[in-house]
Design a protein around this ligand. Structure first.
Ligand code: SF4
Length: 211
């Protein structure tokens, strides 16, 4: 029996992405979830948000040939993948064992240690090659305006998580979305914060209703 008929593995420009959950501990003003339930036609909103690692692995197996043409696979969907830390670790272990040449990246809001009340970076470092963490802002005030976090001290948690990933030697990039209408951001200052944590920095322009 097929574990799930929902889109857990999807492709953008033939590159593979894994969609773990709709849930998120932020509600960012720029989040695509506020605008639509698909990315380039791939419907990512999960009607039953209870997926298993087995279901994800099943979809990877079904698309083995297409997946293996790539040098990277990314955990990035409509929610925060590391809410499903056990499933992410199980799928990552499977990927490393079955696709050793494919690098694993996670796009995350950086709340994982606060959510799970432990430092998960050493567990991720077993399998994950790189991680993009949404720093989102240069200070707590702007972070809270932009991201509407549902956890306490979110900005500090994100910074601590970035540092924990750097310490585990995961290639870590702190990211921001710039040029969001009505939300001025000091991008240079964001870069200073990212570098002070030992991470690389990337800013991407806000694209209304799109990727
Ligand atoms: S962290 Fe990502 S998934 Fe969560 S609300 Fe922000 S943009 Fe959306």
């Amino acid at each position: 029996m097929v574990e799930s008929s929902e889109k857990l593995l999807y492709f953008l420009d033939d590159k593979p992405y894994i969609n773990m959950t709709n849930a998120c501990t932020n509600a960012c003003v720029f989040c695509l979830r506020n605008q639509k339930d698909d990315v380039q036609g791939a419907k990512l909103w999960l009607d039953k948000d209870n997926i298993t690692a087995k279901a994800v692995i099943e979809q990877i197996e079904e698309n083995k040939e297409k997946v293996s043409k790539n040098d990277e696979i990314v955990f990035c969907g409509y929610g925060e993948p590391l809410i499903k830390i056990n499933e992410v670790l199980e799928v990552s272990k499977y990927l490393k064992e079955n696709f050793p040449n494919i690098k694993i990246r996670i796009n995350t809001n950086g709340h994982a240690n606060a959510i799970h009340k432990r430092n998960v970076a050493p567990e991720l470092a077993l399998y994950v090659d790189s991680i993009s963490v949404s720093l989102n802002a240069e200070n707590e005030e702007n972070y809270n305006k932009l991201s509407n976090p549902k956890i306490d001290n979110a900005y500090e948690e994100v910074k601590r998580f970035i540092r924990a990933c750097v310490e585990e030697k995961i290639k870590t990039t702190a990211t921001v979305v710039s040029n969001i209408p009505n939300y001025p951001l000091d991008v240079e200052r964001c870069e200073v914060v990212a570098k002070s944590l030992g991470a690389k920095f990337r800013a991407r322009d806000f694209i209304p209703n799109g990727y």
